[in-house]
Design a protein around this ligand. Structure first.
Ligand code: HEC
Length: 157
């Protein structure tokens, strides 16, 4: 727990001047979500990952996620949306422009452009967040791709 508290505090105080999604991610998020979005290894992450812990490189589980839901989670933290409170709130640390930038970076971690984005698929873009529950079956294929650093783009758009 000490590690988590320290890394969150460091991440949050370091994010103020950062503008690119990648810089924000590496400073504020990679300590838990890992340099490639796959999550830090269990041995070093410092907490038990909830079953819903995301793998941002896994197109199959992240493309149905809506930007509006991710924005809410990053702003309010996991607790604000009924997820694990380990996911901190960045309402104080990040501006909404920074949150949009880091979401753009998260989208780029899924490298397979054949997956259509949730927004393109769903009439529930303004939904209530129910779409996130029970969506992961734990069968991760397609991982092992190495996201190229320094690219910002929104996959599938
Ligand atoms: C202290 C560790 C920690 C840090 C730092 C952290 N997260 Fe998280 N994050 C989590 C955990 C744990 C979850 C899973 C919550 C759950 O599913 O109950 C999560 C979930 C999420 C989700 C929801 C994913 C989904 O599929 O619904 C998003 C989006 C997210 N984090 C983005 C970020 C971003 C962006 C940052 C940096 C600005 C960040 N996180 C920093 C621990 C962290």
């Amino acid at each position: 727990m000490l590690f988590v508290a320290t890394s969150v505090a460091a991440g949050q105080s370091a994010t103020g001047a950062l503008t690119t999604g990648e810089a924000i991610y590496q400073a504020g998020c990679a300590g838990c979500h890992g340099p490639n979005g796959q999550g830090m290894p269990d041995t070093t992450i410092g907490f038990d990952k909830p079953a819903t812990f995301p793998d941002f490189s896994d197109c199959r589980s992240t493309t149905p996620e809506l930007d509006v839901d991710w924005r809410a989670t990053i702003h309010a933290g996991g607790q604000g949306r009924g997820f694990s409170r380990i996911m901190p709130s960045f309402a104080e640390a990040l501006t909404s422009a920074q949150i949009d930038a880091v979401i753009g970076y998260l989208r780029g971690l899924c490298r397979d452009r054949s997956y259509p984005r949730g927004e393109l698929n769903s009439a529930a873009a303004a939904g209530d967040g129910e779409s996130v529950s029970g969506r992961r079956d734990g069968d991760h294929d397609g991982s092992g791709r190495t996201p190229r650093a320094g690219r910002e783009r929104r996959a599938g758009v």
